[in-house]
Ligand binder design. Structure first.
Ligand code: F6R
Length: 606
């Protein structure tokens, strides 16, 4: 939801800013822009263009401006359409101060009216431009001190923001601030960075600093000063980034999504490492789990689907009530929550605004918060009592794949942990599941061997107008995830249903040739028989059935075989063919796989 990068240091700034933007483009691709402070102190060098970063790169030419500090922005439009004028950076009247912004300034209309009255000329329809004018006035008031100006401006802003600003009179200095939106500092050698996430600078440095809520970072090539809005210097927590630079590259793959699908065995193994027989005390000591009598999982999109699977596992193994809530609904319906509630927010980015706000709501009411997150140092883990980090590595494709797999694994680990401390899971079941968990990476690897024939099969359906997904038990949330992937990538109607619900309405959607993907429960189980009947019901009405099953299934028109596993763990295997179907359908329909239309990876607005 807008990517932001700032560079100051020994290199000519255009290259590190551009390469940072390439890494951040997954956050939004409605427009891109760069502002550089020229070493000569002349007026800022600014270029911006609507559309993807490639449009901006096309007009840049080969001449590299003589500048060692600059800022870059890639936009996901909220206020104002995706046009050149609305692209960031935004400038003050003199063209000497440039600002980039991620988030929403809620009181921008008020500010704009005041600033226009005072003579400021606006060029865009954005909420962000008001910050450039506000900062310009504040800087004058503070005798040219950009950091003091930023502190003052932030106190006048409502809403969420990450802001970076530069001024042509002070080449080499970048000032950033954050509230409810992400900003990390990259600590280099003779160079420093500010960015929405570490992928923008991991090829330069693995050292990063967390920035707290309402903090201002003032950086030059050799100095980093972090203060709060009152101007008090703040201590900061430096950490080592564990992701390596190559993990944010496409490798030999056509798309990031395909690469990430193939990275799933590794991601699962890394998330399981050292945790199968118990979570570390460093994590679990932070919450008294014996005091908990209810679990609430909050999340959005794919993470929500992982939470639904978590409900099946946690309720069964830990014998405790689990609600799974869409974060955007939860906080606005005044739910019952108290100090005996364990809230589990699930988030790949750790920055999703709806999930963060649900967390804050529950925390205010006394809930204990145990987050599942993939991004170290992001806001959700920082505001939680304990965190179970998933180790998916950077996920660049907008559609989530390996993060989902590791969120499922985190759900199982939590279910087992709660089952162990509550004494609700038998030793036999425990060791059976532990053994099956350990097998998952190899089994996902096996499923990946079916990818090529499945890609070919999928192409047969590329002109279908709709695709339905059926599942029962944990296969139901898996069906929801398959449908979500297809919608976002193939831009086609797709829905997931519980097999038992078919006859209550959705079966009316079936017509001759409708492709139906059936996720079969484990062979021999009672639910497998029920699903087999559901398959007959849709076939009798003309559906073409692609079954994902761990055994032969005559009724299916096409069969994708997956290895058998414990029934609760099956989504980890069954979702892989669903991801491949969505991927291939997007390719066949000529869609942008890694950056589907209208979407952004990290949704930091409500
Ligand atoms: C779908 C997808 C989204 C995210 C959702 C939550 O492929 O990626 O539905 O799962 O926006 O994002 P996080 O996990 O970052 O909170």
């Amino acid at each position: 939801m807008c990517g932001i990068v700032g560079y100051t240091g020994k290199e000519l700034a255009l290259n590190p800013v551009l390469s940072g933007l390439r890494k951040l483009e997954y956050r939004g691709y409605d427009s891109a822009g760069i502002a550089l402070a020229l070493d000569s102190g002349e007026k800022l060098w600014v270029e911006k263009r609507a559309g993807k970063l490639g449009n901006l790169e096309e007009i840049l030419g080969t001449k590299i401006p003589n500048s060692h500090s600059g800022i870059g922005h890639t936009r996901w439009a909220t206020h104002g359409g995706p046009t050149d004028e609305n692209a960031h950076p935004h400038l003050d009247n003199e063209g000497k101060l440039a600002v980039i912004h991620n988030g929403i300034i809620e009181n921008y209309l008020e500010l704009r009216a005041q600033l226009e009255k005072a003579g400021h000329k606006f060029k865009s329809e954005t909420d962000s431009e008001s910050v450039a004018h506000l900062l310009s006035d504040a800087r004058k008031k503070h005798n040219g001190d950009l950091a003091a100006a930023m502190r003052e401006a932030c106190q006048q802003l409502r809403g969420s923001f990450t802001l970076l600003a530069i001024h042509s009179d002070e080449p080499g200095r970048i000032v950033g601030a954050r509230r409810n939106s992400p900003l990390v500092v990259g600590v280099g050698d003779g160079e420093n960075f500010l960015a929405s996430d570490v992928s923008a600078f991991i090829s330069h440095t693995k050292r990063a600093l967390e920035l707290g809520q309402d903090e201002v970072a003032d950086i030059t090539a050799n100095t980093i000063v972090i203060s709060n809005l009152a101007g008090k210097i703040q201590p900061h927590n430096e950490y080592e980034i564990s992701w390596d630079a190559s993990s944010a590259e496409r490798g030999g793959f056509e798309h990031f999504m395909l690469k990430e699908i193939f990275e799933q065995p590794r991601a699962i193994a890394d998330t399981l490492l050292g945790r199968i027989t118990g979570l570390s005390e460093e994590i679990t000591n932070r919450i008294d789990f014996k005091e908990i009598d209810k679990v609430v999982i909050v999340a959005c999109g794919t993470a929500f689907n992982a939470g639904l699977v978590g409900k099946y596992a946690i309720e069964k193994w830990a014998d405790i009530a689990v609600d799974v809530e869409l974060a955007s609904e939860y906080r606005y319906r005044d739910p019952s929550v108290d100090s005996r509630t364990l809230l589990i927010p699930i988030s790949q980015s750790g920055e999703t605004m709806d999930t963060l706000m649900a967390l804050r709501y529950a925390k205010d009411k006394g809930a204990k918060v145990f987050a599942v997150c993939n991004t170290n140092g992001s806001t959700i883990p920082r505001e939680s009592d304990a965190v179970l980090y998933t180790h998916a590595g950077p996920e660049i494709a907008v559609a989530s794949t390996k993060a989902f797999e590791t969120q499922l694994v985190a759900m199982y680990l939590m279910g087992l942990h709660l089952g162990r401390i509550r004494g609700t899971i038998s030793e036999t079941l425990l060791s059976q599941i532990e053994a099956e968990l350990a097998e998952l990476p190899a089994k996902v690897e096996q499923v990946l061997e079916t990818v090529e024939p499945l890609r070919e099969l999928t192409r047969n359906f590329s002109t279908a107008s709709s695709m339905l997904f059926l599942g029962r038990h944990v296969g139901f949330p898996t069906a929801l995830e398959g449908a979500l992937k297809l919608k976002e990538l193939a831009y086609m109607h797709a829905e997931g249903f519980a097999g038992g619900e078919l006859k209550h309405g959705p079966i009316a959607l079936i017509e001759s040739g409708t492709p139906v993907v059936a996720i079969m429960p484990a062979a021999g189980s009672l639910l497998a028989e029920k699903m087999a009947s559901n398959i007959q019901e849709v076939k009798a009405r003309g559906a073409v059935v692609i079954a994902i099953a761990d055994s032969e299934l005559k009724a299916a028109d096409f069969l994708v075989r997956i290895p058998s596993t414990h029934e609760f763990l099956q989504p980890v295997l069954a979702v892989v063919p669903l991801q491949v179907i969505a991927y291939e359908m997007a390719v066949a329909r000529g869609n942008d796989v890694d950056q589907p239309r209208n979407l952004a990876k990290s949704v930091t607005v409500e």
